[in-house]
Design a protein around this ligand. Structure first.
Ligand SMILES: [Zn+2]
Length: 278
């Protein structure tokens, strides 16, 4: 059976810029896209629960899937208790408001490594996720926290690390191919490289390819990792987006594919149209 992969941009499409989330969601549908990320990267800008429920109504009506990107200012491996508490609170708020909007998965740059062991960081993240899930459960909010494959070497989040967290919590994690390209010195230039990643994921847990939370973009990088996002067809980026899309098709990947490119819907449509032409 062919699984469904839903494409869409991060944030309100440029065609609906400044017109709010409800109009943004309607525009996603008009454009022929199927998904959108609520970009809470600077802050969780929806404060009102009723407003969030309105967004969910618009989402249901348009039949689109939503994901969330949590605020950047989160570090679940902070040494200071107040930083830790503030990080957990920010992530909780992103989950709560995202969940009320009907989003399914919250991508998060979960932690910095500092000089700590991977195992210790994992324990702190799992513990933080469990605290958040407890509060969400009490409100029947079913969203998943999805630690991202990290884009900088100072950040926690290798492929194995994020998939392991998923096994120990509610199953959420996010595969970011822009980050994978940036942290591997620009290795994602051929079909084989993408196939290799998808094989690893399938081998770890065959269910993961059925409903994968994907983020991707053209990207520039240094030896430390990501520098900035670009459009897929920019001369600055060497990520082979056609090979990536072919690989999604070949592995029958289902789920949600968010393009985090400055071209917004242009890049999401580029990927979707190419995917459908295969
Ligand atoms: Zn991210």
């Amino acid at each position: 059976m062919n699984r469904k992969l839903d494409f869409g941009p991060s944030g309100i499409p440029l065609a609906a810029e400044g017109k709010g989330l409800v109009k943004g969601i309607q525009t996603i549908k008009e454009l022929g896209l199927e998904a959108m990320e609520l970009a809470f990267v600077q802050s969780v800008y929806i404060k009102d629960e009723n407003k969030a429920r309105e967004v969910n109504e618009a989402r249901k009506k348009a039949g689109i899937r939503l994901s969330v990107h949590a605020p950047y200012y989160i570090n679940l491996n902070a040494a200071k208790k107040e930083t830790m508490d503030a990080s957990i609170e920010r992530l909780y708020l992103a989950c709560k408001m995202g969940g009320l909007c009907g989003a399914e998965s919250v991508a998060v740059h979960a932690a910095f490594r500092h000089a700590d062991e991977s195992k210790k960081i994992k324990e702190k993240i799992v513990n933080a996720c469990n605290q958040i899930y407890e509060k969400l459960d009490a409100q029947q909010i079913k969203i998943k926290i999805a630690p991202e494959f990290a884009g900088k070497l100072s950040q926690w989040g290798s492929l194995e690390e994020v998939m392991n967290i998923a096994h120990e919590t509610r199953g959420g994690w996010c595969m970011d191919f822009g980050h994978a390209h940036a942290t591997s010195n620009g290795s994602l230039t051929t079909r084989e490289k993408f196939d290799h990643i998808l094989e690893k994921i399938e081998k770890f847990d065959q269910n993961y390819l059925k409903d994968l939370h994907i983020q991707c973009c053209g990207i520039t990088f240094t030896e430390k990792g990501e520098r900035y996002h670009t459009s897929f067809d920019s001369n600055e980026s060497t990520l082979n987006w056609k090979a990536m899309t072919e690989s999604f098709k070949a592995f029958n990947v289902g789920g949600i594919c968010i393009t985090e490119c400055p071209g917004q819907e242009k890049d999401a449509l580029l990927l979707k149209n190419y995917y459908e032409s295969l």
